[in-house]
Write a protein that binds this ligand. Structure first.
Ligand code: CA
Length: 434
């Protein structure tokens, strides 16, 4: 049985009786005139079907039985010559383990049939502007047939609440997908390290990294690759990647390959010359110590914010000791967030089909405890802006982030993004021997 089938069954089990859930793959989007962006289905749809075509809708129906139905594009010889092969309606039930498959052009009449005598309709509220105008007239028509003994749904519910909690805990197939994406991601980082030298442009490292992703079977980047040389690293989501790299610079690369619908996410910061300057090395060691402190806290039962607090404490203490923050106590730095000009983001995020994956971070106002099977990133950083007047000029323009992706295990965590040189010594000797 496919993992997608198991996931649909699990979701169906969580739905109340007499309900229908609708999940769309999405449409192709025009980039300019008649050219499209590469299509990538909505993650919810991909997670539940493994099917990658646009213009498809999955319907999960729960009455006294639980059934799965897919509406998709029919075979079309002419369009397939131009745009590529389609799975087609006939092949879909076997290929995707569905109870039935239908022409997407018949969706409206199918919905009239499926919504009859259901009580609840589950859709993503993020998609409600598409779904509600489509579903309400059908529901109104069903209400007019009450004397024929037909009842209409009386409640819309947000499917995200159920489905995203399910996606948050990674099943075996998701764990395997994340491991694979992480492995390719690390290979791309190593390729970029191999390419790095003074006098080339940031986008040349991007090219090495993304070439490796493609060669290893990644169809997309999980997000736009960041290659930030020197002070550009102080811009958190820098993606211009068009500046020259020079020997005195560090380069920060934050990138991830997407494979089989799973995202890799990893950040690596290293010196172009292969040797850290004194100041770069000091800040690097501090960020790495913060990351190790954060990682050390990760295990089931620990609240989500604990790794962040551990990283903040190390960074605050370190910056204070170096004289980069003026304060009378560590508590003052932490309580008044005096570290924020240097470290302004959180220490991580959920990771899965989406790089910033779905799932609540707080429950009833409190940070939720980690659970076996969750995947998250651990990514502290220190960014000393080039115009930060209050620090000595020798520190300015240093931006460092170190990021790994981890899976919460029964007793702790499994690092997914393994294989990169991480300590200062490891990086320097790797760069020397490449
Ligand atoms: Ca990242």
């Amino acid at each position: 049985m496919q993992p997608f089938t198991l996931r649909r069954q699990k979701l169906l089990s969580a739905l109340p009786d007499n309900s229908i859930a609708l999940i769309a793959s999405g449409h192709e989007q025009i980039r300019n005139r008649d050219t499209h962006y590469p299509f990538r289905p909505h993650s919810d749809f991909q997670y539940l079907t493994g099917f990658n075509e646009p213009d498809a809708v999955l319907a999960l129906i729960k009455t006294n039985t639980m059934t799965c139905h897919l509406c998709l594009r029919p075979k079309d010889k002419e369009r397939e010559i131009w745009d590529g092969l389609r799975l087609g309606i006939e092949a879909a039930p076997d290929a995707l383990e569905m109870d039935s498959a239908h022409d997407i052009n018949d969706l409206q009449s199918l919905l009239s049939e499926w919504l009859a005598n259901k009580a609840y309709v589950f859709i993503s509220f993020d998609e409600s502007t598409t779904w509600i105008p489509r579903l309400l007239p059908i529901i109104q028509q069903l209400k007019r047939r009450v004397r024929q003994g037909i009842s209409a749904p009386h409640q819309f519910s947000d499917l995200d609440k159920l489905l995203h909690e399910q996606r948050l805990i990674k099943d075996e197939a998701a764990q395997a997908g994340l491991r694979k994406a992480a492995k390719v991601t690390v290979s791309g980082h190593l390729a970029a390290m191999r390419t790095a030298r003074s006098g080339i442009y940031e986008y040349e490292l991007q090219a090495s990294l993304e070439q490796t992703y493609k060669q290893l079977g990644s169809t997309h980047q999980a997000f736009s690759t960041i290659v930030a040389g020197g002070k550009n690293a102080c811009i958190l989501h820098y993606t211009e990647n068009n500046q020259l790299l020079c020997n005195a610079d560090l380069v920060l690369i934050d990138a991830g390959a997407e494979i089989d619908g799973y995202a890799g996410d990893c950040t690596n910061t290293f010196p172009i010359s292969g040797r850290f300057s004194n100041e770069q090395g000091i800040i690097y060691d501090l960020v790495l110590a913060a990351q190790q402190a954060a990682l050390a806290t990760i295990k089931p039962g620990v609240n989500y914010d604990v790794p962040h607090k551990a990283a903040v404490k190390v960074i605050a203490q370190g910056l204070w000791s170096l004289g980069l923050i003026n304060a009378t106590s560590l508590d003052e730095i932490i309580n008044n967030e005096l570290y924020k000009p240097f470290y302004m983001h959180q220490t991580g995020h959920w990771l899965g089909c989406d790089v910033h994956d779905v799932g609540e971070y707080k429950i009833n106002g409190s940070w939720r405890p980690l659970v076996e099977g969750m995947a998250l990133t651990v990514e502290p950083g220190i960014y000393i802006a080039p115009d930060m007047q209050q620090v000595d000029v020798k520190w300015r323009g240093i931006g460092i982030r170190i990021e790994d992706s981890v899976l919460v295990t029964e007793t702790g965590y499994e690092c997914l993004t393994i294989g990169l040189p991480r300590t200062r010594d490891e990086i320097e000797s790797w760069m020397q021997n490449r």
